[in-house]
Design a binder for this molecule. Structure first.
Ligand SMILES: [Zn+2]
Length: 102
């Protein structure tokens, strides 16, 4: 079975086309229950790897980055204080997560 045929098969079985292109060949990817498949080169990404990105540590780190971006564009001192408090909270959480080894 060619990749295009299996792609059509996956969509028929409830797979969905992804907006994100394949990391390797920039081809169209399909999301299905076990993971993500590139129609073009056939690269398969297991769902486990996708789940990794939502692990607590990564989520908090992403949030800290978002806060820093907000802080960069913020002129209001009170809002800066709010954002820095939030960043400190995230860092505290990150520290606690490290201890728990989640
Ligand atoms: Zn590909």
């Amino acid at each position: 079975m060619s990749n295009i045929a299996s792609a059509a098969e996956l969509i028929r079985k409830g797979g969905t086309l992804l907006a994100d292109p394949c990391e390797v060949c920039k081809g169209v990817q399909i999301k299905f229950k076990d993971g993500i498949l590139c129609i073009n080169c056939g690269k398969k990404t297991e769902t486990e790897k996708i789940v990794e990105k939502t692990e607590p540590k990564e989520v908090i780190k992403r949030k800290i980055n978002e806060c820093i971006l907000h802080l960069n564009g913020e002129d209001d001192i009170n809002k800066q204080l709010d954002i820095t408090k939030l960043i400190i909270s995230y860092i505290t959480i990150l520290d606690k997560i490290k201890d728990l080894e989640i």
